[in-house]
Write a protein that binds this ligand. Structure first.
Ligand code: GLU
Length: 258
């Protein structure tokens, strides 16, 4: 009886010891052990992360994820892509569902309180998209107008600040916001110029107003804390190298055609 008890105790010790060891691994070790990087990207944000006609996921952020995978795991095809939206990407990171977010995500002080960021890899600016025949000329004209934003995006805060009387209509994704504008359910859509130009380039019934209302430095997001520290430093190193070698510029030339 005593022997069985000691044996059981031993097994328990080994089992809990093992799981503890796994839990203790930081993000980078987990990636190396699993041989895959799980990256949150957008699926509807041309030209950063979107589905082409053949249902292939492509874009600037997608290529960036592949490049990081090539450096960390020696193969650009070791990325598992998961779809994120502006309103669920922070939760997806902090719950451990994904290792990093590469999704046109701006560094902001509020976000820095809940997640960690890499150095920036792209600078966008906020703009306003309206129908071609619209009388709206600037952000102050948006007061008492219906303005579309995507929930959880930086435009949501900015519009409340700069046009406090605007009637804000929120959507979960950019494609649903775009459709609503097309159907005349609102007067304007506010977001980053990069994303809006993805729409206006393909659809001449809409235009972008010339002014920019913010600076949006895009960076890669990580779960907050020590666990991600080595991974974040590694990614910073990769980004610096991509900047120095011209690789980042090449990505910009490939995807951002304006
Ligand atoms: N860059 C902005 C943001 O991080 C808008 C794009 C997006 O929603 O991903 O909120």
């Amino acid at each position: 009886m005593k022997k069985i008890f000691i044996l059981l105790l031993g097994i328990m010790f080994i089992v809990t010891g093992c799981t503890q060891k796994e839990n203790n691994q930081d993000s980078l070790s987990k990636i190396l052990q699993r041989g895959k990087i799980i990256v949150g990207v957008k699926f509807d944000t041309k030209p950063f992360g979107y589905m082409n006609q053949n249902q292939q996921l492509i874009g600037f952020d997608v290529d960036l994820a592949k490049y990081i995978s090539k450096i960390i795991l020696g193969d650009e095809n070791k990325v598992v892509f998961k779809q994120v939206t502006p309103s669920n990407r922070i939760l997806a990171l902090n719950s451990g569902e994904i290792d990093m977010v590469i999704a046109t995500m701006t560094i902001t002080p509020q976000r820095e309180e809940v997640i960690d960021f890499s150095i920036p890899y792209y600078i966008a600016g906020q703009a306003i998209m309206v129908p071609q025949d619209s009388k709206i000329k600037s952000i102050s004209d948006l007061n008492r107008k219906k303005v579309i934003i995507v929930f959880g995006s930086t435009a949501e805060d900015n519009i409340r600040l700069r046009a406090p009387e605007a009637n804000i209509i929120g959507f979960k994704t950019y494609t649903s916001g775009y459709s609503a504008l097309k159907q005349g359910r609102a007067d304007a859509l506010m977001s980053d110029d990069t994303i809006l130009m993805g729409f206006t380039m393909a659809d001449k019934s809409l235009k972008l107003l010339p002014q920019r209302y913010s600076k949006e430095p895009y960076a890669i997001g990580f779960k907050k804390g020590q666990d991600s520290s080595r991974l974040r430093k590694k990614v910073d190193f990769i980004l610096k190298d991509m900047r120095a070698s011209g690789e980042l510029k090449q990505l910009k030339n490939k995807w951002v055609k304006y």
